[in-house]
Design a protein around this ligand. Sequence first.
Ligand code: KG4
Ligand code: ZN
Length: 329
Amino acid sequence: MKILGIETSCDETAAAVVEDGDKILSNQIASQVEIHARYGGIVPEVASRQHILSIIPIIEQAMTEAKADWDDLGGIAVTMGPGLAGSLLVGVNMAKSVALARGLPVTGVNHLEGHIYANWLTDHSVKPAPTFPLVCLIVSGGHSDLVVMKRHGDYVVLGRTRDDAAGEAFDKAARILGLGYPGGPAIEKAAKDGTTSLQLPRAWLKGTSDFSFSGVKTALLRLVERGEVSSPADAAASFQEAVVDTLVTKTVAAATEHRVKQILLAGGVASNKRLRSWLVKDSPIPVLIPEPVLCTDNAAMIAACGYYRFKAGKADGLDLDVIPGLKLA
Ligand code: KG4
Ligand code: ZN
């Protein structure tokens, strides 16, 4: 079954066609990064206007690249939340319009669930499909969630961030160090030339699977304010080390405690090389991580998740609406 996925929750307008939940036939992304970079962050009103301009060409490109005809599709999957209301509305209304015009079923996908399903987008003769039960760490610009999945569509949240999300912390640290936007890739790049010599705190929040990153961010800010940071590269490397240390240690602890068969990594921060290698090295449990381009926002992951939703009979009606604060569980 071929699914058209549509993603407009934040600053990427994306469309993709995925077959049977794992085979990517096309994956088109129109990034707005350069537009928002001049403001140092995402401007919601600008984002939704840009989605309106990009959505039709991006869907047409995805259908053309996939050599798909509307009649080939089994359904449309669209991100319904969490995200920016005005941005989400563009994708959801487009999905409903096409569904109505072409007589196709539509399903609303939770963006975070989509990130998890990026792990199913592989050639299973090369890389195995995820095995349940599993623990997934979702680390994006707005979330740092640790969840247990026992079967498709079933999530128990073990912990989440109490303040800044991991990606948000990277973005703020990059701003403090004057490294630009988006911060995650900027910190990672600067860290390559640095040493982890700065002492930065880790909030362990022992006995919980929650995270907190505002302490390490504030500690970095104080060092900069006191003029104690002579090398931005060392600061970037030390900051990345502190955040990754916490993420890896708490994820491995949760996975071990819950005796799962697999650890999945998901979300934009999962494209960070230090996080990827450290988790694989430290985990006694097999780890799966999507390729970097599937960690950051894309529509293939939404189509993959949509496939499993349709299989479970979870189609929505044309009254499908956006839920900007949608939770995973
Ligand atoms: O999942 P995503 O693309 O969008 C959201 O759903 O939020 O994640 C974006 C976040 C941003 O905060 C960005 O700075 C961070 O992921 N990010 C990274 C890297 N690439 C993106 N953080 C650390 N290292 C990276 N290489
Ligand atoms: Zn995302």
